[in-house]
Write a protein of this length. Structure first.
Length: 165
C-alpha cells in the first residue's frame, strides 16, 4: 500500500506507476543481461564482474533472509534496467533486537533523469523499510543530494566517517 507516499509525486507518478513502460520490481538474476551492472557504473566503480560473479553474489544476498532488497526499474520497451536502489536491513541487539534500514546504491540512468524515478526508488524503499519494521532508515549522500533526500523525510544528522582500503 503505497498510498501514504503517493502524494509526494507529480503527474500521477508513483512506485506503483513509475511511468510509461516502466516497472519497479526486485532485482532478478536475468538483470545481468539487462544492463544492471552498466547502470551501476553511473554511480561508482563496478570493476570486472563476470556473469558467474554476479550470480554468486545474487545468490549470497538471496540467502541472507530479509536483508537485501535490491530493487530496479526496468523499461519494458527496451528491456533495460534504468534505475536501481537497495534497502539493506541490518540486525541489531539494540532497540529490542531491532533492524536498521539503509538506502544504498541509488542510481538512475542519465537518459531517464528528471522523471522522479530516484524519488520513486527511495520512497518505495523507505516505505518498505518501515513496513518490515526498521526502527530507522539512513543513507549517505553528497551535499548536493541533501535537498533531494530531505523532501523524502530524511534529516541531516551526525557525521559520516569512512576509511578506504
Ligand atoms: C553513495 C551511495 C552509496 C554508495 C556509494 C558508492 C546512496 C544513497 N548513497 O554514497 O550507497 O555505496 O555512493 O560510492 O545511494 P563509493 O564507491 O565511493 O563507495
Amino acid at each position: 500500500d503505497f498510498s501514504t507516499v503517493e502524494n509526494k509525486f507529480k503527474h500521477g507518478i508513483s512506485p506503483r506507476n513509475p511511468g510509461e513502460n516502466l516497472i519497479l520490481r526486485p532485482l532478478s538474476s536475468g538483470d545481468f543481461d539487462r544492463g544492471f551492472l552498466q547502470l551501476l557504473t553511473q554511480l561508482t566503480s563496478v570493476g570486472e564482474v563476470s556473469r558467474a560473479m554476479f550470480e554468486d553474489q545474487f545468490n549470497n544476498m538471496k540467502a541472507c533472509k530479509n536483508t537485501y532488497y535490491v530493487t530496479v526499474i526496468e523499461d519494458k520497451e527496451t528491456n533495460a534496467v534504468i534505475g536501481a536502489a537497495s534497502l539493506v536491513c541490518e540486525e541489531k541487539f539494540i532497540h529490542a533486537t531491532g533492524k536498521r534500514g539503509r538506502v544504498e546504491d541509488v542510481v538512475v540512468s542519465s537518459d531517464y533523469r528528471g522523471k522522479q524515478l530516484g524519488k520513486v526508488l527511495v520512497a518505495a524503499l523507505t516505505f518498505l523499510g518501515k513496513h518490515v519494521g526498521c526502527y530507522k532508515m539512513s543513507l549517505e549522500c553528497s551535499d548536493d543530494m541533501v535537498p533531494f533526500y530531505q523532501q523524502l523525510g530524511y534529516i541531516r544528522e551526525q557525521n559520516y566517517m569512512q576509511q578506504r582500503f
